[in-house]
Design a protein around this ligand. Structure first.
Ligand code: SF4
Length: 359
């Protein structure tokens, strides 16, 4: 191992840098120890589309409640979604639940990336990431950080997503380097850390980079412009109306979304479907759960992966609620599996109740 690291290959250089500069993260095993595969899997699922800083408290809470794959396999999906609420991309939580049940029956998480990729929610990126980090299988996973670092180091000029084929080939070439074969998990995490802390998206810190010597993007002065991206189409806009209905006890009417599809199984305030044109007040109120003196509380905007949603929120208070759905005490909303967009609606309703101005 010492001999391997004394080498001059780019992989050796990066691993030496990693040994001195690795980030301390809650899911990362201390140097020289093996990580818990469940922790690696859970962190990789949570880190999809989400930053390490945002994931850390969720990761801790999740492990406290579900300390093992067996515990997660026994859990009700609604409880898993409740612990996931606010992290977004809820299909991840549903897939995690389903996969935990499969793994619990099988006895252990598979080590082979091909077998890992067969589990719900573990795709082309995550399977090699878990295999490398949890089991030291010699593969190099390509996440956004790694793609950026490799595109810059090798001055890949093709735009994403077309460039991914070339970037994956560059990663695969590293996988056979003896230093990477000896420490695949560390090499994968070294690339993540280099991308997160040095080869940053907008401002690569090339003078501080262990790979500056040999970096074609830096030498050509184009590092910050890579990887190039195909021109994006305008982001689709969608519109909806939702209803904050309370009774004299301060309870709020909620309903459960269908288990399949966007935000499946999560709770929400009742409302319209989400469509491409805004709703007039009249069209919106046709979907109200009860007839009442509805007040317009304001508009909530929320970005999903493929569209931006604009929700007009209406509020009313009635003596007693008789409508489909279920009632939740307003001080118990924090424990509900409400997605971020619905939490924004609840925050807006609370703001208006306190006399604050709405957007
Ligand atoms: Fe990224 Fe600069 Fe390092 Fe090249 S030298 S890998 S562009 S930080």
């Amino acid at each position: 191992m010492v001999e391997l690291l004394a080498g001059t290959s780019a992989a050796c250089t990066l691993l030496r840098w990693y040994d001195d500069n690795r980030r301390t993260l809650p899911w990362r095993a201390p140097p020289g120890t093996r990580p818990d595969p469940y922790h690696v899997w859970l962190s990789e699922v949570m880190l999809q589309q989400t930053t390490a800083a945002a994931v850390a408290p969720y990761f801790a809470r999740f492990l406290e409640r579900f300390p093992s794959i067996a515990a997660l396999a026994l859990a009700d999906e609604a409880e898993v979604l409740t612990l996931w609420a606010g992290l977004g991309y809820y299909a991840r939580a549903r897939n995690l639940s389903r996969a935990a049940r499969i793994v619990a029956v099988a006895g252990a998480l598979p080590r082979d990336p091909v077998e890992l990729a067969k589990l719900p929610g573990i795709g082309a990126y995550m399977a090699p990431a878990i295999a490398a980090i949890a089991f030291d299988v010699p593969v190099v996973p390509v996440d956004g950080n790694t793609a950026r670092v490799l595109a810059r180091r090798h001055a890949v000029l093709a735009p994403l997503p077309r460039a991914m084929r070339e970037i994956r080939a560059l990663a695969a070439a590293f996988a056979v380097d003896p230093a990477v074969v000896a420490r695949p998990g560390d090499f994968a995490q070294a690339l993540f850390d280099l991308g997160a802390t040095v080869c940053r998206p907008a401002d690569p810190d090339c003078p501080r980079c262990p790979w500056q010597k040999g970096c074609a993007g830096s030498a050509a002065g184009i590092a910050a412009t890579l990887p190039r991206k195909a021109v994006k189409k305008p982001r689709p806009q969608r519109y909806g109306a939702h209803f904050w209905l309370t009774d004299r006890l301060g309870q709020v009417l909620l309903r459960r979304r269908p288990s399949a599809g966007l935000l499946g199984g999560m709770s929400e305030l009742p409302g319209t479907d989400w469509r491409q044109r805004p709703f007039s007040r009249r069209a919106a109120l046709a979907a109200a759960p009860v007839k009442a003196e509805w007040r317009r509380l304001g508009v909530v905007q929320h970005g999903f992966t493929h569209f931006t949603l604009h929700i007009t929120l209406y509020g009313a208070n009635v003596a007693a609620i008789a409508a489909p759905g279920f009632l939740c005490a307003s001080d118990a909303l924090a424990a509900e599996a409400l997605p971020s967009v619905m939490r924004k609606c609840c925050d807006l309703a609370a703001l208006r109740a306190s006399g604050g101005r709405a957007p």
